[in-house]
Design a protein around this ligand. Sequence first.
Ligand SMILES: Nc1ncnc2c1ncn2[C@@H]1O[C@H](COP(=O)(O)OP(=O)(O)OP(=O)(O)O)[C@@H](O)[C@H]1O
Length: 379
Amino acid sequence: MTQQTTTGAALELVDVTKSYPGQTSPAVDGLSLSVPAGEMVMFVGPSGCGKTTSLKMINRLIEPTSGQLLLDGDDITTKDPTTLRRSIGYVIQGGGLMPHMTVAENVGLVPKLLNWDRGRIVSRVDELLDLVGLDPRIYRDRHPRELSGGQQQRVGVARGLAADPPVILMDEPFGAVDPITRQRLQDELMSIQDELQKTIVCVTHDIDEAIKLGDRILILDEGARIAQYDTPERILAAPSEDFVADFIGSGSTLKQLSLLRVGDLELTEPQTCRIGEDVAEVTARVEAAGESSVVILDERDRPREWLFLRTLRRHAVVSEPTTELQTVVDHRSTLSDALDSMLVSSHGGAMVTERDAYIGVISYDAVTEHIRGLREEAA
Ligand SMILES: Nc1ncnc2c1ncn2[C@@H]1O[C@H](COP(=O)(O)OP(=O)(O)OP(=O)(O)O)[C@@H](O)[C@H]1O
């Protein structure tokens, strides 16, 4: 069960302006915005529109020229910037880790600055590494160069969460990793957010990422003018102006697939079998059910392979699969990500898991059927 306690704080920007020296017009011109506690807001907009400047003014990495910032009603514009930055998590592209520090030292950086005692830091670091899917026993003493890009990014997320800040700022957090890792990191962030309900402000250049992750999306134009600030559903269904429609681009039906989860569709349940079972018995069972393929599960109910009977019959007993698993999606994955996985499947579908355990398969047909429904609705 996920707990539903909001640990985030409400954030308010009131008429915030930033003029850089020598600029003819402000980079951010009077931005006012309310972010409700526990929501994830995605900042998108064309290059140079002021996304990063707006984000960095929230933790005063950039000092606003004028305007106010309120955190749960408290004016933070007058607070000591160093203290403020310790109470706001910050996650950047690539993780931004200190290369000479171990993973544990990187994650424990802010708690150490806050003078937490050693024991508390150690247990917090392990807890966070677990949360971001890195086994602390394996990773805590490694250095960043001994990690993959995706792992470094996970450590960056853990570091942002370390001191349990109410607000977390993210600047293109998954911009530096390959598409598959990116999808996985996004899914992980969503499940962490389900649990922690932080207030997250995230800059991205990827509208699909914004649709997938955001409770709300802020679409900015030049000078950080708000073109639209709304839920992804409403932005897709009713772009407020041509600029927004152009920015979302074509294919908004397909983009809606980023809003739906695999678990929202009905799954089918082909026959399953276990490693070590007698192939003749399995074949008889599958054929009796009128099917031609079977899902192989391991002793912990994890799906290991989805095989056609003709392939299964090459052995007398169901053997340990040798191929790397490609077509598994979590029930909370978006339909759009699931479609990506299905494209590499010869079964026209993907195996679905919940907490790593197999719960059924989603078929390509079910997704296309759903798209047809969305199109009819739109028409
Ligand atoms: N330190 C600076 N000095 C002067 N001008 C700056 C500075 N930083 C940013 N700018 C200008 O302010 C405007 C907004 O920049 P900002 O980085 O906030 O945009 P952005 O929307 O995040 O862009 P991108 O998507 O390309 O990262 C741009 O015109 C940029 O050239």
